[in-house]
Design a protein around this ligand. Sequence first.
Ligand code: DGY
Length: 329
Amino acid sequence: MSALTTETQRPRVLVARAVFPDIVTQLARVAEVEATPDDAIQTPERLRERLRDKHGAFITNSERIDAQLLEACPLLRVVSTMTVGVDHIDLAACAARGVIVTHAPDVLTETTADFGFALLLAAARQMSEAERYLREGRWNKWRYDLFAGADVHGAVLGIVGMGRIGRAIARRAACGFDMRVLYHNRSRLDAGVEQACRAEYRSLDDLLRQSQHVLLALPYSPAAYHLIGARELALMRPGATLVNVARGGVIDEVALAAALHSGRLGAAGLDVFEGEPTVNPALLAAPRVVLTPHIASASVPTRRAMVQLAVDNLAAVLRGQPPLTPVRV
Ligand code: DGY
């Protein structure tokens, strides 16, 4: 791609959200930047309007890029999302119009894996409910069974989605917590990688039947919609834990709430929700569930690294150089 910058006409970019202004400033070297200091929510109409005369876009996972938007924004050449997930972008529509899409893999892997593991521990040991109980002044005596949950160390962990994050979680589980790790993935990993992760391949159904804790870390696609529904929840071991750091749409949330209410499922830890930031009231009312607002990658160094990579990708394309981490369709 030829450089969009010339002496006379600089490209225009939209930074659709308020993100680390000291990093965003770097874009001024290559483009006219329209920032969003108030961090206002970008409705599809507003985003379309603001991108109409832009060559590049910096977005988060809250801004949707679809065919309708691309139609209205003929100058757009590059969309850079600060996330690793790209389910908010119509990749086929971008490819059809020659719009380059970049994302931010790798930089968030370990931080997200830390959080996935933290959610597993918090859910299995009922930390959120125990803290609420204490704060509400309901703790009046020690009891042998007070918030007695499931052990994580030494248990069987099933990981669905064995990409970078799934593997980082497997390492923590096998090396740090002496867990037996099962995994399910679209394609089976090489024997060497399986060995390095100390993970054994299973079909999804077998993984659900055999695991005491199940953790979802797969990329979202229409094929993953409600992958875990009533049937799959019924396959899980009684008292098992379900953790989701993938995307909310992977789980049928109503079926999950029912499995928690019935006591069939031991606990759940959810960082992502189908209609986020709205959370299904059925989940809010369910017992033994830890709910967090999509923050698995939210350590300060990692969020800075994500923004930096997205800015670097955008700047590279605007200069006519290859992007560092393009999304390949
Ligand atoms: C990602 O990068 O995809 C995380 O889920 C944050 O959106």
